[in-house]
Design a protein. Structure first.
Ligand code: MGD
Ligand code: MGD
Ligand code: SF4
Ligand code: MO
Length: 758
């Protein structure tokens, strides 16, 4: 354990607090021992009574307390001065930040401000609830987020298939007999868009019950090692594999639409498309033999409870949208979608996915990146183009440049391709505000940094993670430690910053949000309860300015809610009274009722996908990659969380982990061995890394983890920069190469040259 109670006198008041872990999607249940007198956490253990995680935790269960205690974490706002960073009061900080951004917006227009909205925001319910207001108020076309390095291809595919790009299907992992995983490594990542803590044990019990598991990945990953079968696949070629998979399904007549048969269009179009890709045709490009492919199709089509799950290895590659779409359609046309033991849907207590007849189009191309002309997709410009967009000089008078920047919990200088250009760009904007808890490689360029209080100091609810979980659950985390009396939660910072920006009291903005939420909730319920009024909801919500009041009305209106006294059901207090967590039974089929498409139909084939087929065919005809190059992919490791846990001693001690993993024969060819240094060169530049040799890599494919490259001395994370700074693989990723339908970065399958460093 990281903390002992050796320094605590016996008379101190020690409490036990239960909450969920805020560090990754798994949201494991924790039991914390807290010294009330010293206001500190003494120990963190898994909660054996948590119905989802059952006591399981990983090494990062301690992470949030380490971050809380990290002396480098910001506890007060800071502004940059000639003499370095200077702590300032909240009043000064919010006024400075708000007026700075406001001045730019007034002088140069709303699109002169850019926003980068990073991953840790997803772990904070208050932030989530106020995000829409932030986006709508600032309303810039220059909005960037790691979705473009993550799940955006899945969002695009899902929106077109089922009408809602957020309503992700998840593997019903505990009830399946065949688990096929493509481009995900849940044993290490702890499962993404999966919502199942302790994937390794779940795979073990699948095996024990006669099930079978397969991983398709250019690396024999930790997940592959826990599964029955592993197939190496050349990076970026999953779409070919999946088309050939469909080809074989149709050739054998194994398509089966089941309960969806009356609701599906386009089966013939799909069959026609797949007819062009025989297992023989794609074997060379994918590296998977026709026998292996046919064997897998047979096993899959003859297993009732089977599923194909895919994650970011299928998104952040050359054909991210096609591959993600094809995974869904393979599940759909073989009867493995929305059924027990297959890919299924959560029904979150907060009610985001309740049935509606409202249909919204996929938002795409309403505006474009000024620098590259690339179209917006679901409100986002490609993160890979953030550097170019910052470097863009505008027209002759300099109009239309980015003049101001706001980042929230992000580190794009490391997490996004061509981070060097992003850093330069940030140095050149007129004013940059960061809402962040660290001075990292990105926020070090800010003029003012506004640090929210820490997760231990406020409550939380797993708002996002419960929308794609393999168990329907609601988890509310109490405040663990007394907060800094001057501190603000992130939602409060966002709201007060907006107030300053608009010159409107933030209370007015909050009232506006309250009215909007109340009328939205009332409208949703009025179909079944015509007597419900906005006023009633507003009264129920109360006037106390807490994010919890919004959460409470969502839960009350949600599928398990009490509908404001009209049904027997939950409210927030009931979840708290139940010890912070409630579950609502296993996942249930939802289709067609929950579809948000025209006439509740699933159209399998859309122009958005077909338009990318010529690019796919060109790859098949001409070869996807230049001859003689190595293909670089990424790798997640258990003690990392993207770029931000490298300042914690427990997570960086031991050997250097930012190493280039390569096959022994490739190492021999390059003339390197374990521990030797190698130069990795791409069109974008070169970095040096230490070599680790292992036959877990496919030949010709090499792997470097992301999130490293703590090489800038102005970042104030002493350990991260001091010990193993590592190299940033995003300095190698080509910022011009994108998955065309979604604008997602291609971080897997980057062409590189290697040479031994003398
Ligand atoms: N090459 C390559 N690049 C990748 C990926 C990859 O697989 N390969 N993965 C991509 C993916 S999936 C993601 S999600 C992104 C992540 O990329 P980012 O969204 O940029 O996230 P991080 O790099 O983790 O940086 C998060 C920052 O948030 C701050 N932070 C942490 N907790 C809090 C908090 O509670 N409040 C606030 N305000 N700040 C906080 C920390 O200071 C940290 O610097 O990286 C992407 N980049
Ligand atoms: N320890 C740890 N856990 C994390 C994170 C972390 O940084 N560290 N980050 C979190 C975040 S933000 C996210 S989004 C999730 C991501 O969760 P996962 O998607 O599970 O992430 P990865 O471990 O990167 O798995 C991607 C896999 O795709 C493989 N791959 C690469 N290219 C291809 C390809 O072309 N085809 C196929 N079939 N496979 C390919 C890689 O070898 C790798 O095994 O993890 C989360 N959990
Ligand atoms: S798996 Fe994720 S949620 Fe569970 S303890 Fe580890 S970091 Fe926390
Ligand atoms: Mo992510």
């Amino acid at each position: 354990m990281p903390n002992t109670n050796a320094n605590t006198s016996n008379s101190n008041h020690i409490d036990t607090v239960k909450r969920s872990c805020p560090t990754c999607e798994a949201s494991c249940g924790l039991v914390l021992e807290v010294d009330r007198d010293e206001n500190r956490v003494l120990s963190i253990k898994g909660n054996p009574d948590d119905p989802r995680s059952k006591g399981y935790v990983c090494a990062k269960s301690q992470a949030f307390n380490y971050v809380y205690e990290d002396p480098d974490r910001l506890r007060a706002p800071v502004k940059k001065t000639k003499d370095g960073w200077q702590e300032i009061s909240w009043e000064e900080a919010l006024s400075l930040a708000g007026k700075g951004l406001r001045g730019i917006r007034e002088q140069y227009g709303k699109d002169s401000l850019a926003i980068y909205y990073g991953e840790p925001n997803g772990h904070n319910a208050g932030t989530n609830l106020y995000t829409q207001m932030l986006m709508e108020t600032i309303n810039t076309e220059r909005f960037f987020a790691p979705a473009n390095l993550d799940q955006l291809p899945q969002e695009v595919a899902l929106h077109l298939l089922i009408g809602d790009g957020w309503h992700y299907p998840v593997p019903d992992i505990d009830r399946t007999d065949l688990f096929i995983c493509m481009g995900g490594n849940p044993v290490v990542s702890q499962g993404s868009l999966m919502g199942a803590p302790d994937v390794k044990s779940r795979l073990k019990s699948l095996n024990k019950n006669g099930g079978y598991s397969v991983v398709i990945d250019p690396r024999r990953t930790e997940t592959a090692q826990a599964c029955d079968q592993h197939l190496f696949i050349t990076p970026g070629t999953d779409a070919y594999f999946l088309l050939a998979f469909l080809h074989e399904v149709f050739a054998q007549g194994w398509q089966k639409l089941g309960h969806l048969s009356e609701h599906i269009d386009g089966l013939d179009d799909l069959r026609e498309l797949a007819a062009n890709y025989s297992p023989e045709l794609v074997a060379d490009i994918t590296g998977i033999s026709p026998e292996d492919l046919r064997g897998l199709v047979k096993r899959y089509c003859s297993t009732e409870k089977a599923l194909i799950y895919s994650r970011i290895g299928l998104c952040t590659q050359k054909f991210g949208t096609l591959a993600s779409w094809l995974v869904y359609v393979v599940n759909i046309v073989t009867g493995h979608f929305d059924r027990e033991g297959c890919m299924m849907f959560s029904r979150p207590a907060s009610g985001q996915f309740e049935p509606t007849d409202e249909v919204t189009p996929l938002l795409r191309g309403r505006f474009h990146a000024r620098s590259t002309g690339f179209p917006e997709v679901r409100g986002l410009l490609p993160a890979s183009h953030l550097g170019k967009e910052l470097a863009y000089q505008g027209d002759e008078e300099g109009n239309d440049r980015i003049r101001g920047m706001l980042t929230l919990a992000g580190n794009p200088v490391i997490s996004v391709p061509n981070g060097k250009l992003i850093r330069e760009g940030l140095q050149n904007v007129d004013f940059y505000v960061a809402i962040d808890i660290y001075i990292n490689e990105t926020t070090s360029q800010a003029d003012v940094i506004l640090p929210p209080i820490h997760q231990l100091e406020h409550t939380n609810y797993d708002l996002l993670w419960s929308t794609f979980s393999s168990t329907n659950f609601a988890a509310f985390s109490p405040q663990v430690l007394k907060p800094d009396p001057n501190g603000l939660q992130q939602w409060e910072i966002m709201l007060q910053l907006l107030g300053e920006m608009l010159g409107t009291p933030w209370q007015v903005l909050d009232d506006f949000m309250a009215d909007g939420m109340a009328s939205q909730v009332a409208a949703g319920l009025q179909k079944n309860y015509p007597d419900i009024s906005t006023e009633e909801i507003k009264t129920a919500m109360g006037e106390e300015r807490r994010y919890e009041r919004y959460l409470d009305i969502m839960l009350r209106a949600g599928p398990y809610g009490d509908k404001f006294g009209r049904e027997t059901g939950i409210d927030l207090q009931q979840i708290i009274d139940a010890g912070g967590i409630m579950t609502f039974g296993p996942l249930k089929p939802q289709m067609p009722e929950f579809l948000r498409t025209e006439n509740k139909r699933i159209r399998l084939v859309h122009d958005c996908f077909l338009e990318d087929i010529p690019r796919l065919n060109q790859g098949l005809a001409e070869g996807l990659y230049a001859k003689g190059k190595f293909l670089l992919i990424g790798r997640r490791q258990i003690r990392d969380m993207n770029s931000w846990l490298h300042n914690i001693h427990a997570y960086i001690k031991g050997k250097n982990r930012c190493t280039l993993l390569m096959h022994p024969e490739d190492a021999q060819q390059v003339g390197v061995s374990c521990g030797k240094q190698v130069t990795i060169k791409s069109r974008m530049g070169e970095v040096v890394a230490e070599v680790t040799v292992s036959d877990e890599m496919m030949r010709g494919v090499v792997s470097l983890p992301h999130g490293w490259g703590h090489i800038y001395s102005d970042s104030q994370q002493a350990l991260a920069t001091g010990r193993y700074p590592g190299s940033s693989c995003n300095d190698l990723v080509d910022d011009d190469q994108l998955d065309i339908p979604s604008g997602t970065s291609i971080v897997n399958g980057v062409e590189v040259e290697l040479s031994a460093l003398a």
